[in-house]
Write a protein that binds this ligand. Structure first.
Ligand code: 13P
Length: 379
């Protein structure tokens, strides 16, 4: 009441107060909204640029982010003990391969690897940048048994993620990866497992974009098992639907992310194996049902396919010529198998190993680049 009285008595002051109030409540709020939109747009633009660079025509991503347990398995397969120096040496072979930047757009590193250096003292991040390759980082803490859901997994790593992302960004990473694992089997996957993993993927992706890192969203439905291609299709579709719903709920900017899915195939132990054309058709049909066109690219994992199978399937999908996204690879095993085989831990075979990597990568590059040229010509 007191305020009303004094306002009536001093009309000028009232108008000024009102103007001030208006400014405080509306104008500043407007300004804040405008500012936020501007910053968000700027960030989205940068994220979009990196995402598009990662799926540049003819190039794909090398997944070299095997955790300590997984790299141990890979090195053991060639009788090399998995100690820090051997892991470093192996990754140095990959990253210093001359011309790798012609077919590799980005490399996903592991926490240990992003901190390592070449023998001549250059950080791996620096070496990759010199090759024109974008450094990335795996940030999940692995898929662990899901409590109360026998046979199913949930990916951990959200606690403290915001701080870890800030550190990785400072170390030079420009994109990140989080892998969720969905298993097909008797009575699984459950809706709870799919949705919990989708929610974690979306929370991870939102945090990445906040930290100026492009999230690679990887919901992997495993190919292990006897399931048919139809069952694989159904579970992949359900999983992707749940993932994109969660991404939408968490306001993830689709233009600033990449999807890393499995291809839709027959389970590894299914007696009836689908042909290359069937796999390409089923995978593209499944993705088209669920993945918005705003996503700049889809980079497939190889998931245990041989290098030849993975390449044939990707090539056949690109031949279908029917999708709004760039289709490329983010292979681990399907790119590295020939390198490990050629190297065998022998320092005298480093050049052979690098040649094997170059041969494997440039073969993939030729197929993808040829496809891009044809697409450009046919408009
Ligand atoms: P694979 O291509 O060996 O499946 O590895 C890709 C990957 O990054 C899995 O997370």
């Amino acid at each position: 009441m007191g305020t009303l009285c004094s306002s009536a008595e001093t009309p000028d002051a009232t108008a000024a107060d009102f103007r001030l109030l208006f400014y405080k409540v509306f104008a500043r709020k407007e300004a804040r909204i405008y500012f936020n939109e501007k910053t968000t747009n700027m960030k989205t633009e940068t994220l979009g640029t990196i995402a598009r660079k990662l799926v540049a025509p003819g190039k794909g991503i090398l997944a070299a982010d095997e955790s300590s347990g997984t790299i141990e398995k890979r090195l053991k397969s060639i009788n090399v003990p998995s100690n820090e120096e051997n892991r470093r040496m192996y990754r140095e072979i990959l990253f210093t391969t001359k011309g790798a930047g012609e077919f590799i757009s980005g490399v996903i590193l592991f926490d240990e690897t992003i901190r390592q250096k070449t023998r001549d003292g250059r950080s791996f991040v620096e070496v990759l940048e010199q090759q024109g390759i974008v450094p990335g980082i795996k940030v999940d803490k692995g898929a662990k048994a899901m409590a109360n859901f026998p046979g199913e997994k949930i990916t951990e790593g959200l606690d403290g993620l915001r701080e870890r992302l800030t550190e990785y960004r400072k170390l030079g990473a420009r994109f990140a990866k989080w892998r969720a694992v969905i298993t097909i089997g008797e009575g699984i996957p459950t809706r709870t497992c799919i949705d919990s993993n989708a929610e974690a993927l979306a929370r991870y992706a939102a945090l990445c974009q906040e930290a100026d890192l492009v999230p690679i969203v990887e919901p992997e439905v495993l190919m292990d098992g006897t399931h048919t291609i139809e069952r694989y299709f159904e579970v992949t579709q359900q999983t992707l639907e749940s993932v994109f719903h969660a991404l939408y709920e968490h306001r993830v900017v689709l233009e600033g992310m990449l999807l890393k899915p499995n291809m839709v195939l027959s389970g590894k132990d299914c007696p009836q194996q689908a042909s290359v054309e069937e796999v390409a058709e089923a995978t593209v049909r499944c993705l088209k049902r669920v993945v918005p066109a705003a996503v700049p690219g889809i980079v497939f994992l190889s998931g245990g396919q041989s290098d030849q199978q993975a390449t044939e399937h990707l090539n056949a999908m690109n031949r279908l010529n029917q999708v709004p996204w760039q289709l490329s690879f983010s292979f681990g095993r399907a790119l590295q198998a020939p390198v490990l085989k050629a190297w065998k831990g022998d320092p005298a075979r480093v050049a052979d190993a690098q040649q094997a990597f170059h041969h494997r990568g440039s073969g993939e590059h030729r197929l993808l680049a040829c496809r891009s040229r044809q697409l450009a010509e046919t408009g």
